[in-house]
Design a protein around this ligand. Structure first.
Ligand SMILES: Nc1ncnc2c1ncn2[C@@H]1O[C@H](COP(=O)(O)OP(=O)(O)OP(=O)(O)O)[C@@H](O)[C@H]1O
Ligand SMILES: [Mg+2]
Length: 419
């Protein structure tokens, strides 16, 4: 393996001073997109370095999450990557090119940045906010307008309704989405996202996370994502860097490995209690097979629903609308009470509904409160796909656990076996 003369923090086997492996992952890894080399920041007059000799490789197309306690240097690290803050020492290599001292404006236009607390310009409309970087790049107005509409659609906001509004006329969650849309403006290869879903309620946050992962499966950006929530890190990250004060790396690894094999007490404390429950954040609904449930169409006669109920051991049928979306649970009791009403006007509205990208943790959460002890699974368009119950979740958790044990054994055998 050839070593760059500048990677002094790495010994010949690619280990950093913190004992973590960087830059020598298997050959099938995509190329390194961002390399931080001994990046250090000392603010004027400060007693300690805010960031202390951080060395980190981020590969093309992956989401790397920086997670760590408040004040540990996450934002400072992000701002050094696009040089809003100039490093005191160290280097930043972007796509093979040393950008530590190149023109900072040019650099920033290549990198999308979602600022902690959205940071939308209050006096500009949503459309103008999103258009900022494309305009700076000199795109003609028709192209800018088309891009704004495309981006609003991408983050699930109707362009006609929102492009002319001002940030204060949006909800917190909508502002966060606009923040993401603005960062995607000029289609940058790299996105820096500093607690992009920080100040919003847990339910909206979950939805934004899922939307964002869907978006990422299409756009495949290289993303550095900051949070101080370990659950969010596990859900969003392909790899997670757990940082201590001064952005010192406590562990840089996949979420699986961090949960199953924390490197030290700091990581253990950071994960906190309930590591097994947190594993539910590792798998998605789409990873497991869902079950079936008797369904009827909203336009069907009551007779059809009666027959369905008689033929199954379930106590309700699920009513789907014309597009195949679940709209009601209807039981025998509902049918009796709502004798003449159409099926989509009786019964109860399904509350426990998840999309394929939801985690098993999300599904379990829904399930706990669900009426018929199942979570309904729908696709991105909200169309019925199947159901999940406790037994299926339990099976999935068991197989995850045996897979983790098997992987650990293989690795142990690899390490111990003859080379
Ligand atoms: N402009 C500045 N001048 C002096 N010190 C600063 C400046 N910005 C940050 N610091 C200090 O650097 C350290 C790291 O701050 P930073 O904002 O990077 O933390 P963080 O990990 O992003 O925290 P949080 O989770 O609260 O956002 C802190 O001790 C902070 O007080
Ligand atoms: Mg911060």
């Amino acid at each position: 393996m050839t070593q760059s003369p500048h990677t002094a923090a790495q010994s010949a086997n690619g280990q950093t001073a913190t004992g973590q492996t960087v830059g020598d992952r298997s050959a099938d890894q995509p190329p390194v997109m961002i390399r931080l080399e001994e990046l250090t920041k000392r603010f004027p007059g400060a007693k300690r370095n805010a960031v202390e000799s951080l060395t980190l490789d981020i590969h093309e197309g992956e989401i790397v999450v920086l997670v760590g306690p408040s004040g540990c240097g996450k934002t400072t690290t992000m701002k050094m990557i696009n040089r809003i803050i100039e490093p005191s020492s160290g280097r930043i290599i972007l796509n093979g090119q040393d950008v530590t001292t190149t023109d900072a404006d040019t650099l920033r236009r290549k990198i999308g940045y979602v600022i902690q607390q959205t940071g939308l310009f209050p006096h500009m409309t949503i459309g103008e906010n999103i258009a900022t970087v494309p305009k700076l790049l000199g795109w003609d107005s028709a192209r800018v307008r088309a891009r704004v509409d495309e981006l609003l659609t991408m983050v699930n906001m109707d362009p006609d309704e929102y492009r002319g509004r001002y940030p204060k006329q949006l909800s917190g969650g909508q502002q966060q989405r606009v923040g993401v849309a603005r960062a995607l403006g000029a289609d940058p290869e790299v996105m820096l996202m500093d607690e992009p879903f920080g100040a919003i309620d847990p339910i909206t946050r979950d939805r934004l996370q899922n939307e964002f992962l869907r978006l990422q499966s299409e756009v495949r950006k290289t993303i550095v994502f900051v949070t101080h929530d370990i659950d969010e890190a596990i859900k969003m990250g392909d790899r997670i860097a757990i940082l201590q004060e001064g952005s010192r790396i406590a562990q840089y690894d996949t979420p699986e490995r961090i949960l199953s094999d924390p490197a030290n007490d700091f990581v253990k404390d950071f994960i906190g209690a309930g590591a097994s429950l947190k594993r539910l954040n590792l798998s998605r609904v789409s990873d497991i097979e869902c079950g079936t449930w008797p369904t009827v169409r909203a336009s069907d006669a009551h007779e059809v629903a009666h027959r369905m109920l008689a033929d199954s051991d379930r106590s309700a049928v699920l009513v789907l609308d014309d597009a195949g979306r679940p709209v009601r649970w209807v039981s025998a009791d509902h049918l009796r009470r709502g004798a003449d009403a159409p099926l989509d006007q009786i019964g109860s509205v399904p509350q426990a509904v998840v999309q394929p990208r939801a985690t098993l943790s999300d599904a379990l959460n829904e399930l706990v409160a669900a009426r018929y002890a199942v979570t309904v699974v729908v696709d991105d368009q909200g169309r019925y796909q199947g159901v999940l119950d406790f037994d299926q979740l339990n099976d999935a958790i068991r197989s995850m656990r045996s897979a983790a044990v098997a992987a650990a054994r293989t690795e142990f055998a690899d390490e111990e076996g003859p080379s």
